[in-house]
Design a protein around this ligand. Structure first.
Ligand SMILES: [Zn+2]
Ligand SMILES: [Zn+2]
Length: 364
């Protein structure tokens, strides 16, 4: 039994009767959140009781308190070059999240040659947001089962849970179950992704802590103490919170022009902070579009500019997008088929898929 399953309590079990198996209540506790699980001989209903993962909570407290101390050092003692370095690092490594683990690896929205995949995995590791495989798996589950118990950061459980709470509480059993059924064979076949997964801890130490902290010390004699709290801790915390806002703010406050029945919204502020990832209503409806937004303006979607630049030198190809006709059609038929994890998901509507294939062949 996994630790997640251990943290659920059994409240019902099946017993054989003349009419077949029947569910029997074991106690009178609250049954509003029951989950059914089968094994060979019995059906067990369990109540989900979220528990705090104290190690993860301690890590989040350390990161956020350390960020405040880093901010104090920025205002009082840090060299301006260190502050500039942190800003530049946040916004270059950010492409590892947006263009890399999100649009490329989670959604297959375009294809990239190995030098770019290597660059993206390098940038993504600097952000410290776990390995590509784990991030992309949770993100596919988030899209596929959005706003249900199986959504790892289900926004229906409130702002705080969607923002950060999901990282230090035990997941709902549906999340654990769905993580096992989402297709990840494409990432398993990518040697760069699997290499980073295998070596994640030393790579994190080297690229998320060592490199960003060492540069200010080596090149402009910043103190190691100040560089640690700013170049690692503050930077890490800011990047994390920008990404968290896509799961919380961009699921709550903004417009829903493409599907009014889902929680994701179009939010300009998140788009500016997150390099173009705030067009979240559109993105949940058309997750395979490499632009993650209807309009291709680079000023509010720097990641699209990043991907297009690499397309010009041939490192990016096969960019998936959405025709105006498809957008128009979907905007008038809210709710149907909007929960797909990206290109290749079998639940993409056949007419959308046909049109995508015609676009690939430049017949549209
Ligand atoms: Zn996404
Ligand atoms: Zn979302």
């Amino acid at each position: 039994m996994s630790p997640d399953e251990e943290r659920t309590r059994t409240v019902m079990r099946t017993v054989p009767t003349a009419k077949g198996d029947q569910l029997v209540n074991d106690d009178s506790m609250n049954k509003k959140d029951l989950v059914t699980r089968k094994d060979e001989s019995m059906v067990v209903k369990v109540e989900y009781v979220p528990r705090i993962k104290w190690l993860d909570l301690s890590a989040q407290i350390f990161i956020h308190v350390g960020c405040l101390y880093g901010l104090y050092l920025v205002l009082t003692q840090a060299k301006w070059l260190t502050v500039l370095w942190v800003f530049v690092t946040i916004y270059t490594s950010g492409f590892g999240i947006t263009a890399g683990v999100h649009r490329l690896w989670s959604h297959k929205a375009y294809k990239a040659k190995w030098p770019l995949r290597l660059l993206l995995v390098f940038l993504f590791t600097i952000t410290g947001q776990r390995d590509v495989y784990t991030w992309a798996l949770d993100h596919r589950v988030h899209h596929k089962y959005s706003e249900t118990d199986a959504d790892p950061h289900n926004a229906k459980r409130g702002f705080f849970f969607a923002h950060v709470g999901w990282l230090f509480t035990t997941p709902h059993p549906d999340v654990v179950a769905k993580r096992k059924v989402v297709d990840m064979s494409d990432l398993e076949a990518d040697p760069i992704v699997m290499w980073q997964k295998r070596l994640y801890i030393p790579l994190f130490a080297l690229l998320a802590i060592g490199l960003p902290v060492a540069v200010p010390c080596y090149f402009w004699s910043e103190s190691l103490w100040i560089s640690f709290w700013i170049s690692f801790n503050l930077r890490f915390c800011v990047t994390l919170n920008i990404a968290f806002c896509v799961n919380s703010v961009a699921h709550m406050w903004g417009q829903r022009p493409y599907d009014k029945n889902i929680s994701p919204v179009e939010n300009v502020a998140v788009s500016i902070a997150a390099l173009g990832e705030g067009w979240h209503n559109y993105h949940h409806v058309f997750p395979w579009d490499y632009k993650t937004g209807e309009l291709g303006e680079y000023s509010l979607n720097l990641t699209t500019g990043f991907i297009d630049s690499f397309a010009r030198i041939g490192w990016v190809y096969d960019r998936k997008s959405v025709s105006p006709r498809m957008i128009h059609r979907r905007a008038h038929r809210c709710g149907d088929g909007s929960h797909v994890w990206g290109y290749g998901d079998l639940d993409i509507l056949s007419e959308d898929l046909e049109e995508l294939e015609m676009m690939d062949k430049h017949e549209l």
